[in-house]
Design a binder for this molecule. Structure first.
Ligand SMILES: NC(=O)c1ccc[n+]([C@@H]2O[C@H](COP(=O)([O-])OP(=O)(O)OC[C@H]3O[C@@H](n4cnc5c(N)ncnc54)[C@H](OP(=O)(O)O)[C@@H]3O)[C@@H](O)[C@H]2O)c1
Length: 289
């Protein structure tokens, strides 16, 4: 192994560990990402957090890697990665404040739904890259899924730095285009809310059978939490797992018959994901020009 090889790789590793990150917006998603990053001691930051209300950053400020940005005008650092986690409707008004902090090495990561990669070109200096990432809430515990696509081919160093950051929050799924990212977003980005809504329905239906609300909610949660590790350990398709627990003419069978009547469940879920998918285009038209 040549000395030059070693020096280059040590330099990269050092860079990865100490890469500074600016997080703009620390709400549900920004906070989930930050939580995931802070769980990984290898990520040394610093993490600058620019968000209007200090309370939003407060839960993280006991970690010495986190620095609250009181006023973005006072920021002098040029962070290697800028993560924009404000509402899609806010991105066009918020990003101009941060343009002066960008240079050709900047990776501008946006988690905003709907806004295509081409939208970010106006904020970027030459050679800088825009990266769309669609994470989900489970990123907060390192078990999320981050869909990712970039405005240009990223060099190996950019890829390493990004991957190191995003992998701290769970699985990273590189994709070729905005379209590919948008087709998967209803499943992985909105999926937690859809599952939670289904859980609410299960809880209410259990109450309707005469069970106390607290017990119904607690056991609904335990049900889903238990299925996670079970699925992780089972290589079988969920269809097979379902068949294994469905005795002909049994209780589970009777319930599933209601889902299956006129493909009721499949039709409903298809409508849900289609509505979510269509909303991305509406947001692009409303906020992306
Ligand atoms: N929620 C999800 O599950 C999810 C999943 C994937 C992607 N996303 C994307 O994540 C983005 C944020 O969504 P969210 O659910 O996290 O919304 P949210 O909870 O409302 O958070 C928005 C954040 O933006 C901050 N903000 C508002 N104006 C700002 C400004 N001028 N400068 C800096 N920060 C500002 C707010 O600050 P304060 O807290 O200080 O008021 C808040 O922390 C959206 O673009 C969404 O499409 C969300």
């Amino acid at each position: 192994m040549s000395m030059l090889w070693w020096e280059q790789h040590c330099f990269w590793i050092f860079q990865m560990m100490t890469t500074d990150v600016l997080l703009i917006g620390c709400g549900a998603m920004g906070g989930a990402l930050l939580k995931g990053w802070l769980m990984n001691p290898d990520l040394q930051g610093p993490f600058y957090v620019a968000t209007p209300r200090r309370e939003s950053a407060a839960p993280f400020l006991s970690d010495t890697r986190v620095r609250f940005v009181e006023d973005p005008a006072n920021l002098t650092t040029q962070p290697r990665i800028i993560v924009c986690a404000v509402k899609p409707s806010m991105v066009a008004t918020v990003l101009p404040t941060y343009v002066r902090l960008m240079n050709g090495d900047t990776l501008l990561v946006s988690v905003a739904a709907g806004l295509p990669l081409s939208f970010y070109a106006r904020f970027l200096p030459p050679h800088a890259a825009a990266v769309r990432v669609m994470p989900n809430l489970a990123s907060a515990v390192g078990a999320g899924i981050s869909l990712m696509c970039a405005s240009r081919v990223l060099g190996p160093e950019d890829q390493e730095i990004l991957h190191h950051l995003l992998a701290a929050t769970g699985r990273v799924v590189p994709l070729e285009s905005d379209d590919a990212l948008e087709a998967l977003t209803p499943l992985t980005g909105c999926g937690p809310a859809f599952l939670f809504r289904f859980m609410e329905a299960l809880t209410r239906a259990t109450q309707a059978l005469g069970v106390d609300e607290e017990v119904a909610a607690d056991l609904t949660r335990a049900l889903i939490v238990g299925c996670g590790p079970f699925l992780e350990k089972s290589p079988l398709p969920v269809e097979t797992l379902r068949q294994q627990v469905t005795s002909p003419q049994g209780m589970t069978w009777a319930g599933l018959e209601v889902f299956n009547e006129n493909a009721r469940l499949d039709t409903l879920v298809t409508q849900v994901l289609r509505a979510s998918h269509a909303r991305a285009k509406e947001m692009k038209d409303a906020y992306g020009s």
